[in-house]
Design a protein around this ligand. Structure first.
Ligand SMILES: CC(C)(COP(=O)(O)OP(=O)(O)OC[C@H]1O[C@@H](n2cnc3c(N)ncnc32)[C@H](O)[C@@H]1OP(=O)(O)O)[C@@H](O)C(=O)NCCC(=O)NCCS
Length: 182
């Protein structure tokens, strides 16, 4: 488990942010977060997320789900997924596009990983935690030997895009941000 000290502002209180693998016990809170308007707007169909989580040890083994904790409180969620497998899913990351369009260039396993993230508890928004989650997901991808990270925010999701750019991601094209890590 990676622990990271950070300063939250205001008030200035040192908190520990950590990522722990998602378990069945976390599903009800994740389900509740997916109903919130500021999350639903960007994450799309709740049923798809819950289905992928329920099949995380089978069909969707290449999706790795984490709960984000601030000290002992679950406040958010993070994910990384090997794009080599992701590109074959029949999902529309953006209207009119496919995962094949996005990640068709990924020719090897364990090379490019897509990340996803959210903060489910509103009082933890806009305190730098989104950027911390991205950094901690990157550390996990480096640890397993990944070479590139990708994220596919809607262009209107300016907060998510700022969080990516602050972490060194570069825009490849609309809705496709990448960072080379090796
Ligand atoms: C995206 C999300 C995780 C960002 O988390 P966060 O902790 O609130 O964001 P941070 O505090 O780390 O800030 C990230 C950047 O956005 C800016 N920002 C944060 N909240 C903002 C706001 N309300 N208005 C304008 N800018 C804002 C910060 O200043 C920072 O930019 P900078 O590095 O250029 O200064 C969070 O907004 C969220 O959960 N959104 C809903 C789900 C979602 O969109 N997930 C991503 C799908 S691609």
């Amino acid at each position: 488990m990676v622990l990271q000290k950070m300063d939250l502002h205001p008030p200035i209180i040192a908190k520990q942010i950590s990522l722990k693998p998602l378990t069945d016990a976390d599903i009800p809170i994740f389900d509740k977060w997916l109903d919130k308007d500021y999350i639903k707007k960007w994450l799309g169909e709740k049923e798809d997320w819950l289905h992928e989580i329920s099949e995380r040890n089978g069909t969707y083994h290449f999706l790795k789900h984490f709960m984000v904790y601030c000290d002992d409180r679950a406040i958010g969620y993070g994910l990384y997924a090997d794009c080599f497998f992701l590109k074959d899913l029949e999902e529309e990351p953006h209207e009119g596009s496919s995962l094949k369009d996005l990640y068709g260039d990924v020719a090897e396993k364990n090379h490019t990983y897509e990340i996803g993230y959210l903060i489910g508890e509103e009082e933890y928004l806009n305190k730098g935690i989104g950027k911390t989650i991205i950094r901690m997901l990157e550390e996990k991808i480096i640890a397993i030997g990944g070479k590139q990270i990708a994220s596919d925010p809607a262009e209107e999701n300016t907060i998510s895009i700022k969080a990516l750019l602050s972490n060194g991601f570069e825009k490849k094209r609309d809705g496709d941000y990448r960072k080379t890590i090796a």
